[in-house]
Design a protein. Structure first.
Lengths: 328, 107
């Protein structure tokens, strides 16, 4: 039986692990087999993580998170959670190849998944010019005209990064202004290779075996037109990754896991949630890390309340023990 | 044991003229998902050595091969049989998902 099982290996999961490990709780962290390190593994320079005035590469930062978590005794397992039962006092987690884990507490920090456009040709042309990973695929668009869909920081970062390869990068955005931070906007606006296509959404993707263009629909007057491009990078946001816990944990209207106030407590005792999976608004590496800290402290508090209650039970003080558990 | 590297010069002999089906993993150093899927491919190779050969092509060092096989997204895993591409899998996936994708070849 483990004290703490952490699911997820982004900033929230690893920070929870660092705190839980330093508290002597010997956490196990289930990191996933192919997405270990989370979203930051596919980013380049991170300029807004405190402590790195000269920026840090996403994969390098995540390697440091992992090293720090392991240094204090976290066991990191590169496998995927396939099923879990969080309802009882003992939580059971099944994995692909590493067997089952039982824990007294679970910290759920699975982050979010890239949002798709939700149009017909997207899956067919995925890997044929439609991409969600600029750092992986930008290289293949040397000298080509391509487009990025989206108006947030991720879209600006991708567009700016892609100008290293592409001859031109269109940024397609459904509004007439951006959600991205000022510094990222300015960088995109001053980049001569970037051209903004405002008030437009992608209505279709053209091409039989490779992306040849997109059909754009004007969000104001509904007119459609075609834009010839060789690649389409989708950066329209993320959705919280909650499919594993549907029916067990309560969700908010926004689809994130519901937690009690500023804590990480879910509707189930001993189950805590942290990071992007509870955060529909801020979604930064540093806010996820802070959220992971909260979850580890909440789990620690819960475990010590359980231990204290067990002692009271032994001494025959069952009513007091029950009150203690109820308040944990 | 990790999959052996194949380049432009050895591609014909090692892949196109192979007796066995060959899965070619198109990858690059700077591609995070490629690094994640690489040990999984090694496991699949070790467990299915009699049915499938698995090799790697570094797209940075072999741009001609990447262009010839129209690679625009990596990791891209292409299965060759008798010189033809019989299957393409794009993106890093967990082992079970990859095995399901490759079920016909691994059967």
């Amino acid at each position: 039986m483990r004290n703490v099982i952490i699911i997820g290996s982004g900033p929230a999961g690893y920070t929870a692990a660092i705190y839980a490990a330093r508290a002597g709780l010997e956490p196990v962290l289930l990191a996933s087999s192919v997405e270990a390190g989370g979203d930051l593994m596919n980013t380049t320079e991170i300029e807004n993580f405190p402590g790195f005035p000269d920026a840090v590469m996403g994969p390098e930062l995540m390697a440091k998170f992992q090293e720090q978590a392991e240094k204090f005794g976290t066991e990191v397992i590169l496998d995927d959670v396939t099923e879990l039962d969080l309802r009882g006092e003992t939580k059971t987690i099944k994995t692909g190849y590493s067997g089952d884990f039982e824990g007294r507490t679970v910290i759920f920090a699975t982050g979010s998944a890239y949002r798709k456009l939700g149009i017909g040709d997207e899956d067919r042309l995925s890997g044929r010019g439609v991409s969600w990973c600029a750092t992986c695929d930008g290289f293949f668009f040397k000298g080509k005209e391509i487009a990025v869909v989206g108006g947030g920081d991720s879209a600006m970062e991708e567009a700016t990064f892609l100008t290293r390869f592409a001859s031109k990068v269109y940024v397609i955005h459904r509004r007439d202004s951006l959600k991205a931070s000022k510094i990222m906007q300015d960088r995109a606006f001053t980049n001569e290779k970037i051209e903004f296509v405002w008030n437009s959404e992608v209505a279709g993707i053209v091409g039989d075996n490779a992306v040849e263009g997109v059909v754009l629909r004007d969000t104001v007057d509904g007119t459609e037109r075609q834009l010839a491009i060789g690649g389409l990078f989708v950066a329209i946001g993320n959705d919280p990754r909650t499919h594993l816990i549907h029916g067990q944990l309560d969700l908010t209207d926004e689809g994130t896991i519901a937690v009690d106030g500023r804590s990480s407590r879910t509707n189930l005792p001993g189950v805590f949630a942290a990071g992007d999976v509870i955060d529909p608004h801020y979604r930064q590496a540093i806010t996820a890390a802070g959220s992971g800290t909260v979850a580890a402290l909440d789990a620690e508090h819960y475990l010590s309340a359980l231990d204290d209650a067990a002692k009271l039970d032994e001494e025959g003080e069952t009513a007091e023990a029950d009150a203690l558990i109820a308040s944990a | 044991m990790s999959a052996r590297a194949v380049d432009q010069a050895s591609f014909e002999a090692e892949v196109l003229k192979s007796d066995k089906p060959v899965l070619v993993d198109f990858w690059a150093e700077w591609c995070g998902p490629c690094r994640m899927v690489s040990p999984i491919l090694d496991q699949i190779a070790a467990e299915n050595a009699d049915k499938l050969d698995i090799v790697k092509v570094n797209v940075d060092e072999n741009p001609q091969l990447a262009m010839e096989y129209q690679i625009v997204s990596i990791p891209a895993m292409k299965v060759f049989q008798n010189g033809e591409v019989i299957q393409t899998v794009i993106g890093a996936k967990p082992k079970a998902a990859l095995e399901a994708d490759l079920a016909a070849v691994l059967a």
